[in-house]
Design a protein around this ligand. Structure first.
Ligand SMILES: Cc1cc2nc3c(=O)[nH]c(=O)nc-3n(C[C@H](O)[C@H](O)[C@H](O)COP(=O)(O)OP(=O)(O)OC[C@H]3O[C@@H](n4cnc5c(N)ncnc54)[C@H](O)[C@@H]3O)c2cc1C
Length: 471
């Protein structure tokens, strides 16, 4: 778990002074108990826990600025924390330091239904935002499987099942308030639908994984709740037919709202975990159609024809809102359903994304390679975007299984890059995928290093993530 550290961070006595100063400012909102530090030193992954020296529960932009100025002055590392649902070792405090927890900055600051936008504090979760919008006839569509914070979702450039229709965080973030590593509060972007004013700092911070500054407020695009929403599933005898259906739907530009793939093993896991009835453990597509009644009817007819031509079963409709919610809840719980197949196993999650025309090649290759390892590896994906996850379950105590898991993950990424895809469609690089970034971006990573040093000269922000300071 090594990474190059050319930076001299605060020594133990200076760290103690910083913690003491923060305690004076924050009182009992500065926490040093082992349990809370441990909780903040890991995400939902198997990379292990590296606890920070202390956890600061922050309440305002000014408070974050004051803390960062102090940490900058004393070269104290800082790791921002949303809800801890990231999966690539993003939150490990590799150099110790202060975990800045934004979960209590949880206010929806303004909603502008007439312009379809809103401004929220970074700690608002995606579910809380939609709860706040429920009487406005509008919604925020980005839905990672976890109830993540908006600040965390900005920072990993997250997406979810709706991205095929509504885009990812990249398309739905229009402005930010960011506290820079030296404690300045800056605003980026704005409420205008478009702007050509200068460098696009909003999208520099979107996806920066807490390595360039702390996002404290986010201006988001919202969408009208569609007049008609219909959801259905369709099962296939083989994986290729399911994936070929997806490719045809996307190539025909049918504007489906969601199109998700579960392979036979993942389907079996979801049937058991979410008590789904009436399904076989076969490759399955989950669909959702949004629009006017007429446009939904037209989309359904086209997609049913395409699926039938590939040998898909008759569509199984989720008729009521409750049935629809149960279906998507099962989809969102697919990760935990997969983990439940082998309790106590460690997990590596791949997240490759390829051009849709190459999807069949990538998915079929991955499933076959997974079978060859003998490990349990369910596959689930936001396939309309060309993005899918292989959940590789393995026994940490077995060197053989560990090597097979890592080899499989590596092979899947190598295949995706060969197909002109990316090693991560939505989870980010964090600690776990650093090795792949160089393969994907080559010299581009040097430019990223230059940007990092210009914006965070003491390298205090989430050190050891995305890339190492020295090639
Ligand atoms: C069951 C499950 C399903 C998932 N499904 C999806 C999915 O479909 N799509 C998807 O994209 N992801 C998915 N994820 C991953 C995860 O939910 C996302 O990465 C999410 O964006 C993380 O948000 P968070 O609030 O939990 O952030 P955290 O995990 O707390 O932090 C993530 C990263 O962002 C940084 N950070 C957090 N808040 C801020 C801030 N305010 N300012 C600056 N940096 C910050 C942290 O330092 C860290 O590097 C899933 C995870 C799980 C466990």
């Amino acid at each position: 778990m090594s990474h190059d550290v050319p930076h001299q961070y605060a020594d133990q006595s200076l760290r103690a002074q910083v913690v003491e100063q923060l305690q004076e400012w924050l009182g009992d909102r500065l926490i040093t108990t082992q349990a809370v530090r441990d909780q903040h030193g890991k995400g939902e992954d198997s990379y292990g826990c590296m606890p920070p020296d202390a956890v600061a529960m922050v309440h305002s932009n000014e408070e974050v600025a004051q803390i960062l100025a102090l940490c900058h002055q004393h070269k104290m590392p800082v790791v921002p924390y949303g809800t801890g649902s990231s999966v690539e070792g993003h939150l490990m405090a590799l150099e110790g330091g202060i975990s800045i927890d934004l979960s209590e900055m949880d206010q929806v600051l303004e909603v502008n239904p007439e312009d379809l936008d809103c401004r929220v504090q970074a700690g608002v979760t995606r579910e809380a935002l939609n709860q706040a919008l429920r009487y406005e006839g509008i919604f925020f569509p980005i839905d990672p499987g976890a109830n993540a914070s908006i600040g965390g979702m900005v920072s990993t450039r997250a997406s979810g099942t709706n991205a095929v229709r509504y885009g990812t965080m990249r398309e739905n973030v229009i402005g930010l308030t960011v506290v820079t590593p030296d404690g300045r509060i800056i605003k980026t972007g704005g409420r205008a639908r478009k702007s050509s004013a200068g460098y696009d700092l909003t999208h520099l911070y979107t996806g920066s994984e807490g390595t360039l500054g702390i996002v404290t407020e986010v201006q988001l695009r919202l969408h009208p709740i569609p007049e008609t929403i219909k959801a259905a599933t369709c099962q296939f005898n083989d994986l290729k037919s399911a994936v070929d259906t997806v490719i045809s739907v996307m190539q025909c530009a049918i504007p489906v709202a969601r199109i998700e793939l579960l392979n036979g093993l993942q389907m079996q896991a979801c049937v058991n975990y979410s008590k789904l009835e009436g399904f076989e453990p076969k490759p399955t597509l989950f669909f959702e159609f949004n629009g006017t009644a007429a446009s939904v009817a037209e989309q359904v007819t086209l997609v049913e024809e395409l699926a039938a031509s590939m040998g898909g079963s008759a569509f199984n409709w989720a008729e009521t809102t409750e049935e629809r919610n149960a279906l998507w809840k099962a989809r969102h719980q697919a990760y935990f359903a997969g983990l439940a197949m082998q309790p106590n196993a460690s997990v590596l999650t791949t997240d490759v994304c390829v051009p849709v025309s190459r999807l069949a090649e990538a998915v079929l290759y991955s499933e076959q390679e997974a079978i060859n390892t003998g490990l349990t590896c369910p596959i689930v994906g936001h396939v309309g975007d060309g993005n899918f996850h292989v959940l590789i379950l393995f026994d940490e105590a077995s060197a053989d299984q560990q090597a097979k898991a890592k080899g499989l993950s590596k092979g899947i990424v190598a295949k995706a890059l060969k197909l002109e895809g990316t090693c991560t469609g939505e989870h980010g690089i964090g600690f776990g995928k650093k090795g792949y970034l160089q393969q994907e971006h080559g010299e581009g990573v040097d430019l990223m290093r230059s940007l990092k040093l210009a914006l965070d000269p003491h390298y205090i922000m989430n050190p050891g993530k995305i890339f190492d300071p020295v090639p």
